[in-house]
Write a protein that binds this ligand. Structure first.
Ligand code: MSP
Length: 511
């Protein structure tokens, strides 16, 4: 059994923005957590390359669309490398394999008698690649997301019989686990209750797309094409590619993680398409919130877009990961504030976790010949052991229900409690009396052990910081052995050498 997690396939009209990095980082953390928990993960990401929006972007630049797509796709690939994204499959919808899948899928849907020719009239947003309501039927009405005029379309298109799947979709979305978070689920229930309309799946005015077999001048609607990327991805490397092959490789997806703006496509259109093709529906669609900057919507026209590359080079990926994953509840909107960012990184990572490790390791080195002390009367003092066990259990529960912020806070609370323990015990006073030596050794052992667990729990969230902590504790983590097993209390080896402490993260300065 595989655990399949997907990011949206990003439009290649531009390089990645903070929103795309945000979704991808969340998926990366979940994928890392699931792998560490022993699951066989297929983490799918990639790019959505066809359609009017991309055709126009390339034509405005005066370049061939394929060259444009190659250029931007490479930027995405480089960016995923820079951010250390541990994806397993990167889909490009201009690949031959993908085209093959779209054709095969279309044949299946046609066989189910779900395709017919009709006339599509309506107001279209090229930015969203979606027909929109235009309350006044006015040519100056702007898409609320892209703030650009809608375009009137009136053309012959192929239609997909979405309406046929009304009751099956109702059943699906009535399951509380299918759409998360709850508020988003209610939006979709409301939308579906108004009655589903068939939607058009081909275009006659877009040459940059996959040709519909046997129908001249028609290319597939970009969403009908792109959603299939999730399926073609599970089979991309195979010679014998077919939908059947994808199913064998673990389809359906366990979770599609997407932004709230594209929920309808994933939670309504996509499941119906899969039903029609006789394939299983995804198990969960999770719509995350939107990021704003200092309380304002980010946009090119506002000139306040936050360049993720700039953040990366200025603060490093661990700081950005921690802020986005710990400070924003998955599903809610989030705001990027520079002051808050600096405060959180300094408080949580540099002071609470970093200092704890540094000062304990320094004490241990000073009093116990540069080594981890013995845990002589460990059983008499199990305060931290209990805290740690409870933390591990809560953290896993939260991670498994995609509450990454709560999981991160569990780690932070363990660090806070460990600091409190140290301050209460005051080993620096006890050590003055030789009689207390074994008591001090136990206190220090407990604190170092708790720090080891903190480091291990950070692994899916902040992989680099986690390995720095591990290094400071004498490189104990063994990636060939079970992570779960290593989370058990008491694995820190007494007498093992502690290297000279180094700060695990630099303190940040305000702008
Ligand atoms: N190509 C489609 C997805 C097809 S999936 C088969 C698409 N691409 S996109 O590049 O426009 O958007 C990708 C994701 O970025 C969406 O999930 C969208 O919600 C998200 N975001 C765009 N702006 C965002 C923020 N400001 N904040 C957070 N996420 C945002 O849609």
């Amino acid at each position: 059994m595989s655990f399949i997690i997907t990011t949206p396939l990003y439009y290649v009209n531009d390089k990645p923005h903070l929103g795309s990095i945000y979704t991808t980082l969340i998926c990366d953390s979940i994928a890392r957590f699931k792998r560490l928990s022993g699951e066989n993960v297929i983490f799918i990401t990639g790019v959505d390359e066809h359609g009017l929006k991309i055709q126009r972007t390339a034509s405005n630049k005066g370049v061939d669309p394929q060259l444009h797509c190659d250029e931007i796709s490479n930027i995405f690939l480089q960016s995923w490398k820079d951010w250390d994204i541990t994806y397993n499959k990167f889909v490009r919808t201009t690949s031959k394999t993908h085209e093959y899948f779209v054709n095969e899928f279309y044949r299946r849907v046609k066989k189910s008698d779900d395709i017919y020719m009709g006339v599509q009239k309506g107001w279209y947003c090229v930015g969203c690649e979606e027909f929109k309501d235009n309350p006044d039927n006015s040519p100056t009405y702007k898409c609320p997301i892209h703030k650009k005029n809608l375009e009137w379309k009136n053309e012959e298109n192929l239609f997909f019989k979405l309406s046929k799947y009304q009751s099956q979709i109702e059943d699906l979305i009535s399951q509380p686990s299918f759409i998360q978070p709850k508020e988003r689920r209610n939006e979709i229930i409301n939308f579906v209750s108004k009655g589903l309309n068939d939607f058009s799946i081909s275009r006659t005015n877009v040459s940059w797309g996959i040709s519909v077999p046997d129908i001249e001048n028609h290319t597939f609607y970009v969403w009908f094409d792109a959603l299939l990327g999730y399926v073609s991805a599970t089979s991309l490397d195979d010679k014998d590619t077919s939908l059947q092959e994808s199913i064998k490789n673990g389809w359906p997806a366990d979770i599609h993680l997407i932004g709230k703006d594209i929920l309808r496509f994933h939670a309504v259109y996509w499941p119906a398409m899969l039903l029609s093709a006789g394939m299983e529906m995804p198990k969960k669609v999770f719509g995350h919130g939107f990021l704003t900057r200092e309380g304002q919507k980010m946009g090119k026209s506002l000139g306040n877009v936050l360049d993720p590359n700039l953040l990366l080079s200025k603060y490093g990926k661990e700081a950005v990961r921690w802020y986005l994953l710990k400070d924003i509840t998955l599903g809610s909107d989030g705001d990027f504030q520079n002051k808050r960012f600096v405060d959180i990184i300094n408080n949580d990572l540099a002071n609470t976790i970093g200092n704890l490790l540094n000062r304990t390791s320094s004490m241990s080195r000073k009093w116990f010949e540069n080594r981890v002390p013995n845990n002589e009367n460990l059983n008499k003092d199990n305060t931290l052991e209990l805290h740690s066990n409870e933390t591990v259990a809560n953290y896993k529960k939260h991670f498994n229900s995609y509450e990454l912020d709560l999981a991160a806070n569990n780690i932070l609370n363990l660090a806070i409690n460990t600091n409190l323990y140290l301050n209460e015990k005051q080993p620096w006073i006890l050590i003055k009396d030789e009689e207390n030596r074994s008591l001090v050794s136990t206190i220090i052992y407990n604190v170092l052990e708790s720090t080891r667990i903190i480091g291990l729990l950070l692994l899916p969230l902040l992989p680099d910081l986690s390995s720095k902590i591990d290094h400071q504790l004498g490189s104990l983590y063994d990636d060939k052995k079970s992570w779960n097993e290593q989370l058990n209390w008491g694995k820190l080896k007494p007498k093992s050498i502690l290297p000279v402490p180094n700060p695990i993260i630099d303190k940040l300065e305000y702008e």
